[in-house]
Write a new protein. Structure first.
Length: 179
């Protein structure tokens, strides 16, 4: 193994460091590199690239349009994740604000996971099915399907975002996030 290959292997074991600009703010390029690292090397973040999740993401965007919500069009779920992380860090500056945001994500994840478990059990849904949307057709009401699919999306999105935001929190404040 060459020195270059050895260095590449070593750098893939941990996310790249966050860099700050002259004002002390997170450099957007270094944050993008961190997000990319998680998408490439962290299974719980990379799940947003799975075709099943991508299908769910596009379903969610269509639902928002159908409900006349203002929707920013993203081509892929991973784009939505990355922009969401960047926006969250811009809006929640300071340890207390970021801690509160991560706590809200944890609560949303918990609620979505519990709802998914209840609905999956009630309708004997297969979480390993090739298409979550097709599997949701077993739910007899449109509103039930909408709740289930929305919670599936939230569970995936929050899990990925928490993986990355938790690491960013630790980098920024020198300590592990504690709920």
């Amino acid at each position: 193994m060459s020195t270059s290959e050895s260095n590449d292997a070593a750098t893939s074991l941990a996310p790249p460091p966050l860099q700050h600009d002259g004002r002390g703010e997170i450099n957007a390029s270094s944050l993008a590199d961190v997000i990319q690292w998680f998408l490439d090397f962290d299974q719980r973040a990379a799940v947003v690239r799975h075709p099943k999740v991508e299908e769910l993401f596009h379903w969610k965007q269509q639902q928002a349009r159908n409900d006349s919500e203002t929707v920013f069009e993203f081509d892929h779920a991973e784009d939505r994740l990355a922009i969401g992380i960047m926006q969250a860090l811009a809006e929640h500056q300071g340890e207390r604000d970021l801690h509160a945001w991560i706590s809200q994500l944890l609560n949303a994840l918990d609620d979505a996971a519990k709802t998914n478990e209840e609905i999956s059990t009630a309708y004997k849904l297969n979480g390993e099915a090739a298409s979550t949307i097709k599997e949701a057709e077993k739910i007899p009401t449109e509103s039930g399907r909408k709740v289930y699919l929305t919670c599936c999306w939230l569970e995936t999105l929050c899990t990925a975002e928490l993986r990355i935001m938790g690491w960013v929190y630790q980098e920024l404040y020198g300590k592990t996030f504690q709920p």
